[in-house]
Design a protein. Structure first.
Length: 381
């Protein structure tokens, strides 16, 4: 499946996931081949799975009608933002790439929150020397277990340890209670062969590598001995500090009625769409500005901590993470419960909800929302 990584990296919203994280997500996906004339039906597309047309051509039928889709012309998921029954029929032999929706949304959110941290670090000159090893940590599969809302807390739990050549850091057979990241220096990994009464060096590891991570989630014995072959610095994460990171922070949420009461009535209430640019361009809430989750730190100077910010995403996952992050930075930020999926699913029952959606862009200038007009900028009221 990883052989497809170059092709799928342009899919929406997968283009928001760095390659190393996309590779992890691809392991959760599977292919489905449709021969000419055969069909696939889904009752909850977008809620259960995201389906991309990897090759071929299909006809997609929804309650709104039918559409012919060609792989070479479409980067969006099939029947994007259609949360109802969908039938996909192959016009020619075609390959579908199917991702579990929850896995995709979680990975996208985690990846964008990791980028959020990178952007913050890049803007802080006092942390220049930490940037390289922090990037290694953010790319570690270990922290995929940590909810995206807690990404910023990871670094406060790491403690430095200065080590010397010859120091034994973990010993095979011991029960571990911490893992280590190598910030500086090199180490060797040895495995004892009890029958031969000897040790074998199986690897040498350097900056950015992590070892002993099994101790954080399991009560197991160390399966190798790790000792330093150079002087260096390690960053230690204890099990007691790691386990609280697994608890998800929840932002304050508001419902659609609350949003409608604010929409166009309160110029100090700003609606922020934290999805990627292509998702925003497909359709978004009226007056909503697009500030993708991963670049939120770049836009902080434009925000006013006296204003209210309502964040939303496709299902509320990314907007919850963004609202938590902004709240920790002192902003009045909440998340729209259910996200856009609540509005799209309701369109079949209440067509007036479509009036809330637009493709016209909006921006934040001088702290307020402005519309993109041909002549000048008009403040939205």
């Amino acid at each position: 499946m990883n052989g497809k990584i170059d092709s799928v990296s342009s899919f929406v919203p997968l283009q928001g996931i760095p390659e190393q994280h996309l590779s992890f997500l691809l392991n959760k996906a599977h292919s489905r081949f449709l021969f000419k004339g055969s069909s696939l039906k889904s009752q909850n597309l977008g809620l259960e799975s995201y389906i991309y047309l990897f090759s071929g051509e299909v006809i997609v039928r929804t309650f709104e009608g039918e559409e012919r889709v060609r792989a070479t012309e479409n980067l969006l998921p099939i029947a994007y933002q259609q949360y109802h029954a969908v039938e996909i029929t192959a016009v020619m032999d075609s390959e579908l790439l199917i991702f579990p929706a929850q896995e995709l949304k979680q990975q996208l959110c985690w990846s964008q929150m990791a980028e959020f941290q990178r952007v913050q670090i890049a803007g802080d000159p006092t942390r220049d020397e930490d940037a390289e090893w922090i990037n290694f940590i953010l790319d570690s599969n270990l922290f995929f277990k940590v909810p995206p809302t807690n990404v910023s807390e990871i670094f406060s739990k790491l403690t430095p340890r200065v080590v010397s050549s010859g120091d034994v850091i973990v010993r095979q057979g011991d029960v571990g209670n911490a893992c280590y990241f190598i910030k500086e220096g090199r180490a060797k990994v040895e495995v004892a062969d009890v029958d031969a009464d000897m040790k074998k060096v199986v690897a040498e590891i350097g900056p950015g590598r992590c070892f002993g991570e099994d101790a954080l989630v399991n009560k197991t014995q160390r399966n190798a001995t790790v000792s330093m072959i150079e002087n260096g610095v390690l960053m230690r994460l204890s099990k007691d500090d790691f386990l609280p990171l697994l608890k998800r922070d929840q932002a304050t949420t508001v419902d659609l009625d609350y949003l409608l009461a604010k929409l166009g009535q309160d110029e100090e209430c700003i609606i922020i769409d934290v999805r990627t640019v292509p998702e925003y361009q497909f359709g978004h809430l009226e007056t909503a500005v697009n500030i993708a989750l991963d670049i939120l730190p770049l836009h902080l100077p434009r925000l006013n901590n006296r204003f209210e910010y309502i964040l939303y995403s496709d299902c509320g996952f990314r907007s919850n993470a963004g609202a938590v992050a902004l709240s920790k930075l002192g902003y009045n930020a909440v998340s729209l419960e259910g996200g856009l999926s609540e509005i799209y699913t309701g369109c079949s029952v209440n067509p007036k909800l479509k009036q809330l959606l637009t493709i016209s862009p909006y921006w934040v200038r001088g702290g307020y929302v402005v519309s993109d007009q041909p002549v000048g900028a008009t403040k939205y009221r």
